[in-house]
Design a protein around this ligand. Structure first.
Ligand code: PLP
Length: 408
């Protein structure tokens, strides 16, 4: 009998992005003379940094006639990339992460979805609401979600994260074994400072909990009091796994490369109460189910750490951040409360206490021909909010802000 994993059937259909696309398409059909400006883009749009393109061209030649051919690589990633990450993302910031604690992958989403493989089935997972939907959906697929009641999963611990907490997640009310944190956050754009992150690390070490720290937007951080890595906090190497990506940093959403750090000092316990290194389990998981990220992608990622690569990456990030700051400033000047847009390409906003996210979406589309992402798609606490992004061009962002000022 072909018995399926019932958990998949419990997951509600995700209508968010298809519904946004459908509404925009219909509006354009009915109003062909109007130009809709996309402020809902959740993807980078600028060309890749020239240094990465050059490195990948060379890597393609390596694979051809007379080149330095590479077949299967190490499942953990090539040494050249692991060394570059350890030196630039960790040693340079005073973190003692070693190359053999870094596992290169085809992106953060896979790792975030797969980390549950090395954890016991009865681990209770805590997530912030609103949050990146992968955390909840992967938890449900693994059988740890319980049942969906009133928009919330009974098996998941939701961290308080709303207007009253400035969209910063608060310590859990009930015991949790695993806490998934995202800073700077998608969708709210808020980032935790050193003190706030220290609270989490201390909490996890006190309670024997694991933190899975998603820092996909780390390169958008400019405030000095916001850590770029959780390992800048003392004790984090005993309680945290950090997940990173070249997607938003270097425009690798279509190239695919990321990495996960599992320090040797991070230990879990078996059902017999024996201590084990999580790193060993993750290594076993990856060598069994993953055959390594592509050689060409990894050469491209290595070039992100060259002098030109760093400069070009910074220029692209700065381009998006100029847009994000303009969005934030415009909304603030209009008297609205906004979050993000300072250390994140995302701006999170509400236009009054009562409005529903989809009503706001429809209104912006009809009255200003601007598309956004309804916050309700990121969790119950997102209701009433929208997410705007800095990923469009300067010209279109400026035009969108001009329209906002006119219509709201
Ligand atoms: C985009 C994004 C990722 C990155 O995913 P990749 O698979 O590396 O492209 C991870 N986490 C969050 C919160 C994101 O927004």
């Amino acid at each position: 009998m072909i018995k399926v994993n019932d958990q998949f059937l419990k997951l509600p259909e995700s209508y968010l992005f298809s519904e946004v696309a459908r509404k925009i398409r219909e509006y354009k059909e009915q109003n062909p003379e109007k130009e809709v400006i996309r402020m809902d883009i959740g993807d980078v749009t600028l060309p890749l940094p020239a240094a990465t393109i050059e490195a990948m061209h060379k890597a393609v030649d390596d694979q051809g006639e007379g080149g330095d051919f590479h077949g299967y690589g190490p499942e953990q990633g090539y040494q050249f990339l692991r060394d570059a990450i350890a030196a630039n993302d960790y040693a340079a910031r005073g973190c003692g992460i070693q190359a053999d604690e870094i596992f290169v992958s085809d992106g953060a989403k896979s790792d975030l979805g797969n980390l549950g493989d090395i954890l016991s089935n009865d681990c209770r997972i805590a997530v912030a609401d609103p949050g990146y939907p992968v955390y909840v959906d992967a938890t449900v697929i693994s059988g740890r979600g319980g049942e969906l009641k009133n928009g919330r999963w009974t098996g998941i611990e939701y961290l308080k994260c709303d207007r009253s907490t400035d969209f910063k997640p608060q310590l859990p009310e009930h015991e949790a074994d695993v806490i998934i944190l995202c800073s700077p956050s998608n969708p709210t754009g808020t980032a935790m400072n050193r003190e706030e992150l220290r609270q989490w690390v201390d909490y996890a070490n006190r309670h024997g909990a694991l933190i899975i720290y998603d820092s996909a937007y780390e390169s958008y951080i400019s405030s000095p009091d916001i850590p770029r890595s959780i390992y800048e906090i003392e004790g984090a190497e005993k309680c945290a796994i950090e997940v990173r990506s070249f997607s938003k940093t270097a425009g690798f959403t279509g190239i695919r490369c990321g990495y996960t750090v599992v320090p040797k000092t991070l230990k879990g316990v078996t059902s017999d109460g024996e201590e084990v290194e999580l790193r060993k389990l993750w290594n076993r998981r990856q060598t069994t189910k993953f055959n390594g990220a592509g050689y060409i992608s990894q050469r491209g990622a290595e070039a992100v750490y060259s002098e030109e690569g760093k400069r070009q990456v910074r220029a692209n990030v700065e381009y998006y951040m100029e847009n994000a700051r303009l969005i934030r400033k415009t909304l603030e000047e209009m008297g609205f409360k906004v979050w993000g847009g300072e250390n994140s390409p995302y701006v999170w906003a509400s236009f009054g206490e009562k409005a529903d996210s989809w009503e706001l979406f429809d209104r912006l589309l009809r009255e200003a021909q601007i598309s956004c992402t309804p916050g309700s798609g990121f969790g119950a606490n997102g209701a009433g909010f929208i997410r705007l992004t800095g990923f469009n061009t300067h010209e279109k962002t400026r035009e969108a802000m001009r329209r906002l000022r006119q219509c709201l």
